[in-house]
Design a protein around this ligand. Structure first.
Ligand SMILES: *Cc1c(COP(=O)(O)O)cnc(C)c1O
Length: 358
């Protein structure tokens, strides 16, 4: 039986991408060895990198004002690099606190300078996204940081705030899942392991002029300018991860780009939430309806015992990764780009059957 992978991250990747990587694994383009075994200065890798850049620029409609770079250390490294590079003394770093990941970004920034949380749903257990129209960071703030999709609590911005200061967004768990206007953001970043490829790699799209802020004492490897000026080739980049990101973004383009992907994702999420809402309260979403995530669908059952049974039996039914995050409990179905509609249908059938039997 085909297994559907609902893992939150690392997560499912398109089957055709995995197959293509397997085919090219030992012999990339007739070179006699795999891309992983080639020098990052070799022409073949130059092409891989240029291709990934081109795909990202096309898919996300990245303007010329912004650079695309790849940095090791995942999204969590960005939590530190952002304040290290972009804090302007005397100008606050402002945050919207909408869950575990935004709290972690804030915690790192507090090591470097004055921070302020200007919007938060913490008091309500992060069950919603605060009103974006009421998010009013200082015009001269160092930056305003938001998290577009909260992977653990299952909430997602439906629209983004309009601000005067640089807007920075952690899009780790919903990048390339829907359309948005990149020109409104000073910086967007994402750990690759949800919608883009293997873990350990962060995609960073950053407005070039921001990199000029970096104080002189920031180490070379932690400066955005190092990556921008060298096209991510200052040292050996995660070459295999960039190659995989190239294949995944090829797939995104083959699907028809973000407008097509967004339509499919909306359909998938709508079907799953409809199943939850039609269960007479047997399944319940703790998330406010206007904040529901189309990537991580979080729900509860009547008791924790039933939740444990649900997880156990779902594995036998060919679905993995449905256990909620240890801090939130319950069930979490991560339905990233690569999780097909058939996976949603399998889950809905299973949910109906489980409810009937329990
Ligand atoms: C997964 C995730 C992270 C952490 O990514 P790492 O690559 O493990 O550092 C950060 N932010 C969000 C929103 C995430 O979903």
């Amino acid at each position: 039986m085909k297994v559907f992978n609902f893992n939150a991250g690392p997560a499912t990747l398109p089957a055709v991408v995995m197959e293509r990587a397997q085919k090219e694994f030992c012999d990339y383009k007739g070179s006699g060895c795999g891309i992983m075994e080639h020098s990052h200065r070799h022409k073949l890798f130059d092409e891989v990198l240029a291709h990934a850049n081109e795909n990202v620029r096309t898919i996300l409609n990245v303007p010329d004002t912004h650079s695309i770079v790849y940095i090791q250390g995942g999204a969590s490294m960005q939590f530190a690099m952002i304040p290290m590079n972009l804090y302007v003394p005397g100008k606050k770093m402002q945050f919207a606190d909408t869950g575990t990941w935004s709290s972690k970004a804030l915690k790192e920034a507090q090591l470097f300078g004055e921070c302020e949380v200007i919007a938060s749903s913490k008091a309500d257990k992060y069950t919603y996204i605060p009103d974006v129209k009421a998010m009013k960071p200082d015009a001269d703030a160092s930056f305003f940081h938001i998290t577009s999709n909260n992977t653990i609590y299952g909430t997602q911005y439906q629209e983004f705030p309009e601000v005067e200061c640089p807007l920075i967004c952690d899009m780790s768990s919903d990048i390339m899942s829907r359309q948005f206007d990149m020109s409104k953001f000073a910086m967007v970043y994402a750990g690759a392991q949800k919608n883009l490829g293997p873990s350990g790699l962060a995609l960073v799209v950053i407005r070039k002029d921001l990199a000029e802020r970096t104080p002189a004492n920031v180490p070379t490897m932690l400066r955005y300018s190092t990556y921008i000026d060298s096209d991510s080739l200052y040292n050996t980049p995660p070459t295999f991860g960039i190659y995989m990101l190239g294949l995944v973004t090829d797939w995104v383009l083959e699907q028809g780009g973000l407008s097509a992907i967004e339509a499919i994702n909306n359909k998938k999420a709508a079907a799953l939430y409809a199943g939850i809402d039609a269960s007479d309260g047997y399944y319940s979403s703790p998330v406010k309806k206007d904040s529901r995530s189309r990537m991580n669908v979080v729900f509860r059952l009547p008791t924790e015992e039933l939740e444990a049974k649900f997880v156990k039996e779902s594995i036998a039914a060919g679905m993995i990764g449905l256990k909620g995050h240890r801090s939130a409990g319950g069930i979490r179905a991560s339905i990233y780009n690569a999780l097909p509609m058939e996976g949603i249908e399998r889950l809905l059938d299973f949910m109906a059957e489980f409810k009937k039997n329990n």
